[in-house]
Design a protein around this ligand. Structure first.
Ligand code: ARG
Ligand code: ZN
Ligand code: CA
Length: 239
């Protein structure tokens, strides 16, 4: 699928008084997503020369369609999707074939967020983000600049981790991301070499600090766009 894509976003918040999610957090998160998915992250100027031609403008715009709030005293929701079901204390998804549902809650276990890949059950489709890691939020520390959502939406759009979650031969099914055998953390210096080539540590699908990730590649863009084509798992968003 070619051309601009607009994704309506539903923000489902399970409110924990100790970890508030404010309108300012929401606004900053949407602004960050729109920067990152339109090649407007100011950090992109730091992309090394060898990766410059690979930088993609994904051309996806995220627009808030609704904000749902529900009080919750649960401080550790985990990753079993309970937050996505009202009968389990959560909030039911809104029309997931036509909206990207976010759930913001206290996940616990040091988990920043998680996502469902395309092609799964509709009622659990979407992205979960820990309350402190949604938007610009000092409480999130080095993960307080909204890039967990950028990374998780990448999974929701069918992207794998850049190192393929395995050794040097394990692919992420993207040709222009160099092979690696591990996640990178913190803010790696360039070059960082694994599998005999320089890692693209600044890719959104690595595990570095929020301020140290600032690119998707053209190959990742192709992989994301394929799911919006005829017969693709997210075709309903463009029709
Ligand atoms: N660990 C999470 C995942 O694999 C998210 C990592 C996000 N990284 C970040 N700098 N915010 O889905
Ligand atoms: Zn991930
Ligand atoms: Ca690759």
């Amino acid at each position: 699928y070619q051309g601009s894509i607009t994704i309506p976003v539903i923000i489902n918040i399970l409110e924990d008084a100790n970890h508030p999610v404010t309108q300012a957090h929401i606004n900053s998160q949407i602004a960050i997503l729109n920067e990152d998915y339109n090649d407007m992250n100011p950090g992109t100027g730091g992309v090394p020369n060898e990766f410059n031609n690979a930088v993609a403008d994904v051309d996806i715009t995220f627009v808030v369609a609704a904000i749902n709030r529900k009080a919750s005293t649960k401080t550790s929701w985990g990753t079993n999707d309970a937050m996505k079901h009202s009968n389990l204390g959560g909030i039911d998804a809104t029309d997931p074939a036509n909206n990207l549902n976010f759930w913001i809650c206290e996940i616990g276990g040091g988990i920043l967020g998680y996502a469902q890949f395309p092609g799964g059950e509709l009622d659990t489709d979407g992205v979960v983000i820990g309350s402190d890691y949604f938007g610009e939020n000092p409480a999130g520390g080095q993960y307080g600049h909204g890039r967990t959502a950028t990374h998780e939406v990448g999974h929701w759009l069918n992207l794998r981790h850049i190192w393929g979650d395995g050794g040097c031969r394990q692919d992420d099914f993207v040709a222009d991301t160099p092979s690696s055998d591990r996640a990178n953390y913190g803010c790696p210096s360039y070059p960082t070499v694994h599998c005999k080539t320089n890692d693209m540590t600044m890719n959104y699908m690595d595990y570095v600090d929020d301020n140290c990730m600032y690119m998707f590649t053209n190959g990742q863009n192709d992989r994301m766009r394929a799911i919006f084509s005829t017969g693709g798992a997210r075709e309903s968003f463009v029709n």
